[in-house]
Design a protein around this ligand. Structure first.
Ligand code: CTP
Ligand code: MG
Length: 391
């Protein structure tokens, strides 16, 4: 029986080519850009798409390194991944990938590892557009004027409006694709891509819009283009967090990561440190990771009574896992007490250290006797965080 969670879609990533034109000192998929292999970049796109079976096809001898890449990229989806050895042509490599599909797969995407920067959205769009009777390819309009040539002689212009540049992933109904591959194996015919092989067996193929970032890394200048795209920093993101706690209970106040002897504490699930809590919300919000209640709420009793350092270190870890560096956090609290300025530097040092060194600035203000903070009933905090997506 098919497990409920088993995906019906698979993606075969062909990475078994030698990369002759790139001339990168080894198989192309294992050449690095910005510290990661071309294969790994391709897998990052796949892991950000809907869950699907992932079959990576590699040259002999690269099974283990590919398996490591697959594990790192898929994370908790690792069970969906496998590695097989390819053949001497791309078509043979795809055929090796087809042989590794699990029973319940109905839709197969075939993707070049060399299209390393392909966005996850394109992978999902292709998968969604495949029907039981037609394959789908992403294709870009051609912008250059095209000429038919003979040596250095220009013969005529070619109408580009009837042409499109095909990319991958290309998606197909599994049974029809397997039948088409069987037919090609019998005839010995080599096709330029899977859509051509599929069409030669009588299959219909439709196109959807391609993506500029799905270009194929073929030559050293393509590699340079990919390097430039990856090294351009993404826009930083900001987040805001607020928190309010009433004074109440026994013991000492904990605020801004410090204990304040002789000051009445703030009430709350944990130590009531509203400065730390607002910072957590600002950071999670900036990274799009939800809010403090989701990660540290009453459903997580292990956080009852812990101090700012634990919350903030855990938050910094969540952001790092999601690929964000922390730029800085600025916090202000409103309250009549504690008198803050004498311990400002100490508080900023503790909070910054808990975030792994990102700058934290804290200021305090009173509200001219107005509102609950002015009446000394509690503290209100606002925090703003800036985070920077990596690569
Ligand atoms: N491919 C493959 N098995 C082959 C040949 C190619 O899996 N026998 C894969 C490549 O790894 C690549 C994709 O098919 O991801 C597209 O092929 P191409 O860009 O031509 O890569 P290479 O064949 O490696 O490069 P070259 O033609 O320059 O040698
Ligand atoms: Mg090739």
């Amino acid at each position: 029986m098919t497990p409920l969670s088993a995906p019906r879609t698979a993606i075969i990533i062909v990475a078994a080519g030698s990369g002759t034109r790139l001339d990168g000192g080894g198989p192309k998929a294992f050449v690095e850009i910005e510290g990661r292999t071309i294969l790994r970049h391709a897998l990052e796109g796949v892991s950000a798409a809907q869950p699907m079976q992932v079959v990576v096809v590699v040259p002999t001898g690269f099974e283990d390194v590919a398996a490591d890449e697959l594990r790192s990229a898929l994370g908790e989806r690792v069970d969906l991944g496998s590695v097989v050895v390819g053949g001497s042509t791309r078509q043979d490599s795809v055929a090796a990938g087809l042989a590794a599909l699990t029973d319940h797969i109905g839709i197969v995407l075939v993707h070049d590892a060399a299209r390393a920067l392909t966005p996850a959205a394109l992978i999902d769009a292709v998968a969604a557009a495949v029907t039981t009777d037609a394959g789908v390819i992403p294709a870009l309009a051609i912008v250059d004027t095209l000429k038919r040539v003979d040596g250095d002689a220009v013969i005529e212009a070619v109408d580009r409006s009837v042409l499109a540049a095909a990319q991958t992933p290309q998606g197909f109904p599994r049974a029809t694709l397997e039948a088409a591959y069987g037919r090609a194996a019998t005839s010995g015919e080599e096709y330029t891509d899977d859509a051509a092989l599929f069409a030669a067996a009588g299959g219909a193929v439709r196109r959807i819009p391609g993506a500029e970032r799905a270009f194929k890394i073929t030559t050293p200048s393509d590699l340079e283009r990919a390097r430039m795209l990856l090294s351009t920093p993404s826009a930083p993101r900001i987040g805001v967090g607020t928190d309010v706690h009433a004074f109440g209970g026994e013991g000492n106040l904990w605020l801004a990561g410090l204990e304040w002897p002789g000051q009445q504490p703030l009430s709350g699930h944990s130590d009531g440190d509203a400065v730390a809590h607002a910072m957590v919300d600002a950071l999670l919000g900036a990274a799009g990771l939800g809010d403090i209640g989701q990660h540290f709420g009453t459903a997580h009793p292990e956080y009852a009574g812990v101090h700012a350092d634990v919350f903030l270190a855990r938050t910094a870890h969540l952001l790092a896992e999601a690929g964000f560096a922390i730029g800085n956090v600025s916090v202000q609290f409103q309250g009549n007490r504690p008198r803050f300025s004498a311990r400002r530097a100490e508080a900023e040092g503790v909070l910054s250290a808990a975030l792994g060194g990102a700058p934290v600035t804290v200021s305090a203000t009173t509200t001219d006797g107005l509102g609950f903070t002015g009446r000394g009933e509690g503290i209100a905090v606002t925090a703003v965080a800036l985070v920077i997506p990596r690569g």
